[in-house]
Design a protein around this ligand. Sequence first.
Ligand SMILES: Cc1cc2nc3c(=O)[nH]c(=O)nc-3n(C[C@H](O)[C@H](O)[C@H](O)COP(=O)(O)OP(=O)(O)OC[C@H]3O[C@@H](n4cnc5c(N)ncnc54)[C@H](O)[C@@H]3O)c2cc1C
Length: 408
Amino acid sequence: MLGNMEAVQFHPTAIVPAGILVTEGCRGDGGLLRDVDGYRFMPDYEPDKKELASRDVVSRRMAEHMRKGKGVKSAYGEHLWLDITVLGAAHIDKNLREVKDICHYFLGIDPAKEFIPVRPTQHYSMGGVRTDHTGQSPTLAGLFACGEAACWDMHGFNRLGGNSVAETVVAGMLVGEYVADFCESECGDLTVSTALARQFVDREQAYLDSLLAGRGGENAVVIRQRMEQIMTDKVGLFRNGTDLESAVAELTGLLQRSRQLALHYRRADANPELVLAYRLPRMLKVALSVALGALNRTESRGAHFREDFTARDDQAWLKRTLATWPDSADLPSLSYEPLDVNAMELPPGFRGYGVKNIVEHPASAPRQAEVDAVRQAEVDRHVRQARLMPFDHLLPAKYRGRNERLEC
Ligand SMILES: Cc1cc2nc3c(=O)[nH]c(=O)nc-3n(C[C@H](O)[C@H](O)[C@H](O)COP(=O)(O)OP(=O)(O)OC[C@H]3O[C@@H](n4cnc5c(N)ncnc54)[C@H](O)[C@@H]3O)c2cc1C
C-alpha cells in the first residue's frame, strides 16, 4: 500500500540541460533569479521572501514567469538564469565550491562571471510505502520501509530543505531497531515455503523469457518517453482536472501496452532495454498512483498545486491518500485515512509561505487553544512535552530517556 503518492516536490534550480541541482544555498547566500531580459522577477511575485520563498513556491513562480514568455529559449527547452556573480569569486570559491565545479564540468562556465541556466525539476517524493511508526507496512507484515521510499509522515505534503537528513538519521535509527525486533520475534521466523519462492522465480523468469522472445510488440523506450512527457506536462508543477483526466486515461493505455513489450536487443546479458522493459509496468503503476491521487485531490496542499482548486482545504482533505493495486487492474484503488487534529502538537495553520488561502479544519482553532494552554502551564518542560506529544511508548525502550540537550 502506497501513501500520498501525489505529493511530489520540485526543486527550483536544476542546471539545463544536465538536470543536476545547484544548491539552494546559492539563493540563501544572496543569488538572484533573472529572466530573458536579465530582470530580477521574484520580488514581483513574492515581495516579502523573494528568492527565499519555499522551494515549491519559487518553482511555481519560475514556471509562471516562463509561461508569460519570459524564459530564455535554448536548444534544450526554456530556462531562467541563476545569478551568483553578485556574490563574487572569493565567496563562491569558499562557500559554493561544488556549484563552481558543477558549472565548470557540466556547463563549461565560471559562475562568478556568467549566469547559470536553470529551471525547476522533479526532486523528492513525499509519498511512498505507507508505514506505521515502526516503519512496517500495515498491510504486508515484514515489509519495512524508511527514508524517501516510505510514507512515514515526517514531511506531510512538502518536505522542507534539509529534512531528509533528519529522516534518514531518525527513521534509520528507529526503523532499524524495529526491524531487528521483528527478526527476533516469532513473526520474523521464515515461514515462506521454498515451493512458493520457486513459483515466484519461475513466474519472473517466464516473464523475462517472454520479453526476450517477443516480436513485433510494443517498444519500451517509446512508452517510457511518453510517460515522462505526460508526467511533466500534465502532472507536474501546475495541475488541473482536465489535464489530469487526460493523463490518467493515457497512462492507463500505456500500462496496457506495456504488457505487450518486445525487445530489439534480445540478449539476456547486460541489456538496458531488458531492464527497462522489466521495470516499465511498475513505473507506470507508480505514475498512475501519482496522477490519479492528484486528480482526486481537489485542493492545493504543499507541493500539490491545482489551478482549479487553489485553496488548501483542511475541512475536506486533511487525510492521507492510500493506493493499492488489485491484481491485474488498470488503475489503483484509492482510499483515504483521516488525520486526527486533536492529536497534533502543531495543529494545521498558516505557516507563512505563499499566499494564505486555507479552508480551516473546524478542530484546528480549538486544538490550537488547547496546545497554547498546555504551553503556558507552569509545569516541568518534560511534562509539557509529554502532554503535547504523548508518544514515548511508541519508541524502542532504549530511546525513551530524556533528551539531555533539552535540559540545558
Ligand atoms: C541533488 C540532491 C540534493 C539533495 N540535497 C539534500 C540536502 O541538502 N538535504 C537533505 O536533507 N536532503 C537532500 N536531498 C534529498 C536526500 O538526499 C534524499 O531524500 C535522501 O538521500 C534519501 O535517502 P534514502 O536512504 O531514503 O534513499 P537513497 O539515498 O535513494 O538510497 C536508496 C538506495 O537503495 C538502492 N536501491 C534501489 N533499488 C534497489 C534494489 N532493487 N535493490 C537494492 N538496492 C536498491 C539505491 O541504489 C540506493 O543506494 C537531496 C537530493 C538530491 C537528489
